[in-house]
Design a binder for this molecule. Structure first.
Ligand SMILES: Cc1cc2nc3c(=O)[nH]c(=O)nc-3n(C[C@H](O)[C@H](O)[C@H](O)COP(=O)(O)O)c2cc1C
Length: 212
């Protein structure tokens, strides 16, 4: 199937709910007036006190200070089977796996914003968070509607260029899902767990959460 047909097919689930989509757009617009948002934060690091989790903690503190409702999913401490491309879900139905992804499913469809907090592993996002993202496939038709998205990224190298593959992946993914980037905190130069605490980035994450 070529990409255009693929996109059409995936959006077909959403088009069946055109009225829902219009309502969602109206709702998203009213959020600009300061309404409480439902936010799903998905983290990808196995280091509980690590750098990306520190950014996630601070983002959540800011978002909760602004009155938003946050659900958090720590991929590295959950069981999420990788997608096996069986297509039983038809991109908008029941996944054959009944595991911790149920939490994501229950929180992402109605979420106004989705936050990805990940370390860089070999120039990509961590395998733990990627497994969760690939399982979006089973709810593709329900989540392809306007939402905000945020990227929180940590890595050891000091060059901004190293972040480009992950930023490009994130931008492509949210464009495909009809989501809009609401901000990124990209923290280079942090290697050891918690070293990000000595930088300006946790405060940036807090401010982003508060002003989402
Ligand atoms: C498997 C693995 C691969 C990594 N790959 C990269 C990399 O490609 N570039 C980089 O700058 N840092 C790399 N790092 C370092 C981490 O990105 C860095 O320590 C980051 O701050 C970890 O975030 P965390 O504390 O949230 O897990 C890697 C670390 C691990 C464990």
């Amino acid at each position: 199937m070529d990409r255009r047909k693929f996109i059409k097919k995936h959006n077909a689930g959403g088009d069946k709910c055109r009225n829902t989509r219009v309502a969602a757009e109206v709702e998203t617009n009213t959020l600009k007036g300061g309404k409480k948002m439902k936010i799903l934060v998905i983290t990808g690091s196995p280091r509980k006190n690590g750098n990306s989790n520190t950014l996630a903690d601070n983002f959540i503190k800011g978002a909760e200070a602004a009155g938003h409702i946050v659900a958090r999913f720590d991929s590295a401490f959950k069981t999420v089977h990788p997608c096996i491309a069986c297509d039983k879900c038809g991109t908008s139905g029941e996944c054959v796996f009944k595991d911790d992804f149920e939490f994501v499913k229950n929180n992402i469809i109605d979420a106004d914003a989705v936050v990805f907090a990940t370390p860089m592993y070999y120039f990509g996002i961590s395998a733990q968070i990627k497994s969760v993202i690939d399982r979006f496939y089973s709810v593709n038709g329900q989540i392809s509607r306007p939402k905000k998205a945020v990227l929180l990224l940590t890595y050891a190298d000091i060059s901004p260029k190293e972040a480009e593959p992950i930023v490009s992946h994130y931008e492509s993914m949210i464009r495909y899902l009809n989501w809009t980037d609401a901000g990124k905190v990209i923290a280079p130069g942090v290697w050891t767990a918690g070293s990000v605490k000595e930088t300006k980035f946790p405060q940036q994450a807090y401010e982003l959460g508060k002003n989402l």
